[in-house]
Design a protein around this ligand. Structure first.
Ligand code: NAI
Length: 332
């Protein structure tokens, strides 16, 4: 089986080549993102392996099929960038990695919260310049605060577990209740109650057509003044322009993002020699109370190893004609 990787970075090659020792597939790596134009690179490949910012729309999937591809392997959990209806129509199999170290994302969520709250990123830069002044570095105790988690699946529960050590009250909102969340002391509430009560809101739900811009001017108006918002899920959950307005008014006191709705144009690249064309992102980068990382929640040794092993196991099952538990199909 020949598998072409798109959006491939050096670390993808390292982890996948290591795991491939057990499978012996023919792996081809392309740095290009996958879209309708680059799909031609998959000429003669059996499968493609894509990532979070590839564009697997109808035109792309049709081109992949023309090139002879029969399987799309997503090396991530989310699949909001895949037109599943079209994949189904074309008979393309789509597989993914539903769960890989939810702790990796939960721990990154916590790193963002602690860094942003206690300003360790700013303190680090100051101290290196021999500036030991504390002005502007004031934080707040997490202990005794109320945290609201939107999405209480694997990552939401892993986050609740870490959070519970800080002595916070944990509220949750989900379309399905998860007993594991309640066992940790989490309390389910409706969204409006969560907005009105939480000092810190962290997003852990997938992006679907129903929750695009879940955080918008209306929901922001329902939140506590000075609320901290954390998004390690998908950028499209937040109307970034509305959050910029709320940051300027002080309604949002802190914002931590590992994902951004227009991240496809910038993340995973070194643009340090270029002029940033995205004015909203440029504005966000000017706020002292905004912390942005470039979609690295998943980026631990353990998670990368699991991603590579599960992706190649998925493809192995497809190759052998066996049923793959990690196949995703359109719900029609
Ligand atoms: P999961 O499937 O275990 O849990 C998602 C939860 O969200 C489920 O309980 C589901 O019922 C709930 N949900 C669905 N729609 C909702 C809505 N409209 N409102 C509230 N809850 C809703 O998924 P998991 O593993 O916890 O991942 C969550 C998300 O995290 C993924 O969809 C992905 O977008 C993101 N992610 C980000 C990574 C990063 O590197 N920053 C890495 C991995 C995942």
């Amino acid at each position: 089986m020949r598998i072409r990787f798109f959006s491939a970075q050096k670390y993808d090659r390292e982890f996948f080549e290591r795991s491939n020792a057990a499978f012996g597939f023919d792996l081809e790596f392309s740095e290009s993102a996958l879209d309708a134009d680059t799909a031609r690179l998959a000429s003669g490949d059996d499968a493609v392996c894509a990532f979070v910012n590839d564009t697997l729309d109808a035109a792309c999937l049709q081109e992949l099929q023309r090139q002879g591809v029969h399987t799309v392997a997503m090396r991530c959990a989310g699949f909001n960038n895949v037109d599943l209806q079209e994949a189904k129509r074309l008979g393309l199999q789509v597989v993914r990695v539903p769960a890989y170290s939810p702790e990796a994302v939960a721990e990154h969520t916590m790193a963002l919260i602690l860094t942003l709250n206690r300003n360790t990123h700013r303190a680090y830069a100051r101290v290196r310049e021999s500036n030991f002044n504390l002005n502007g570095l004031l934080g707040f105790n997490l202990h005794g605060r109320t945290v609201g988690l939107i999405g209480t699946g694997r990552i939401g529960v892993a986050t609740a577990k870490v959070m519970s050590g800080f002595g916070v009250r944990i509220l949750g909102y989900d379309v399905f209740e998860n007993p594991a969340f309640k066992e940790l002391g989490g309390e389910y509430v409706d969204l409006d109650t969560l907005y009105a009560t939480a000092d810190l809101i962290s997003l852990h739900c997938p992006l679907t057509k129903d929750n695009h811009h879940l955080i918008n001017a209306d929901s922001l108006a329902k939140m506590k003044d000075g609320v901290m918002i954390v998004n390690t899920s998908r950028g499209g959950l937040i109307d970034t322009q509305a959050v910029v307005t709320a940051l300027k008014s002080g309604r949002v006191g802190h914002l931590a993002l590992d994902v951004y709705e227009q991240e496809g144009d910038v993340f995973f690249r070194d643009l340090s020699d270029e002029i940033l064309a995205d004015d909203v992102l440029s504005r966000l980068l000017t706020f002292p109370n905004v912390l942005i990382t470039g979609h690295q929640g998943f980026f631990t040794d353990e998670a990368m190893t699991q991603i590579a092993e599960v992706t190649l196991s998925n493809l192995d099952a497809v190759n052998r004609g066996e049923e793959c538990d990690n196949e995703i199909t359109a719900q029609v």
